[in-house]
Design a binder for this molecule. Sequence first.
Ligand code: 2M8
Length: 463
Amino acid sequence: MNRTTELTAPADHAGAGLTDEGLWRRATAVLDANWERDHTVPSRALYPHQWSWDAAFIAVGLAHHAPARAWQDLRSLFAAQWSDGRVPHIVFDPDVAERDYFPGPAFWDSPAMPGRLSGLTTGIVQPPVHAIAAWEIYRRAPDREAAGTQLRWLYPRLVQQQSYLLARRNVGGAGLASIVHPWESGLDNSPAWDQALAAVPVDSDLLRRHRRQDTNVAVQAHRPTDDDYARYIAIAAVYRDGDYLDAGLAGRHPFLVECPAFNAILGAAEHTLAAMAEVVGADPAPHRDRAERITRVLVDRLFDPATGLFHARDVRTGALTPARCVSGLLPLILPGLPDAQVASLRAAAESPRFGVGELPVPSYDRTAADFDRLRYWRGPVWINVNWLLWRGLRGHGHGDAADTLRAAMLGLIRRSGCHEYFDPVTGAGIGAAAFSWTAALTLDLLAAPGPALKRAALSPSKR
Ligand code: 2M8
């Protein structure tokens, strides 16, 4: 599938009535079409390079369909890890033209950076979902010995990734990682950043000098605004012009936020690394300690008993954002989250604000005055965060709620296709039509044990 056909592909609509087997075939077709040499692109139309957290979600799905590609995808990403341990949020494909994605390699200028090891990359990061992904591929591997070799290659790199985030990004000093750009959260224009971003002046001239490309291939009203983009470019330029150095960020960087979802994933990764350490012959104890510490600090620092949710903290002002976002539910993925917070998050997920039911949870409080059902991370339903929530509910023994959520996700994708995101009112697909993480996580959801699915349809011979 090429850039122009993806947004109109008929195969991605009219999926109602699809059998599990048909859905499986559709999802694997998306992943096959988006495979590029040694990695998967999120979407040929909108995102023609390799993205960091996308690669992790994609690997979870590839583990069911093409395990060798799952390992390869993660290895391609980690081959571009910087010497300080950071895993870049985009690894650019040198064969893709600069004009096909903005901001591309020329803007990030990473070849000039001393810590870069190989490849053209950005200098910012995304949530570290990769340990969870690697463990998922490993535990499903038909050949555990070969998979163990892959784990031994990845383990020290995953440890370095965590060390970078826990040490250099501990800007607030409490033991949580700060993000230095909204793109680092993966939830780009989430209302969680509105207050912190309001302090960043909009320089409209930046958009005259740097042309957005996303609105050439996607509907403007479904994407971040021009003001958002002007701020994104300004913040990225400040970090780039400081050589992507993290020392002294507290005094000089315009955007510093502790995100509950990013830090929950960081803690869950430590928990997973403890299991991995046992396999590769390393000491699991420091990972368990770190998982436990991150969980404790997250609860102390980002949980608001008044709302029953976790909230982002602006490190520059110390204030918790009032916005109730899906990121505030994701600490459920922490195995050691205390019962009180687990109960509170489940209640929030089932409340009218998020309302797991017919549809999965939206990215933002449905009852908020500025809930926007079409604009990217300000309302629409996204499958990756719902998949994390599903894992969290299952992990804490809330199998009934997890089953409801899984049925809602699969029902939506069956009806509307492997879209990038979905209208939280009608369920219509929005954004890229053949989106890799939606396809990948569909495979994981179909393969999971659960009441509603016809298991026979998914036996390996029929795949
Ligand atoms: C979106 O973000 C990129 C910038 O990184 C963009 O809008 O161009 C987000 O949805 C992010 O979470 C995702 O990783 C990326 C690629 O799918 O697209």
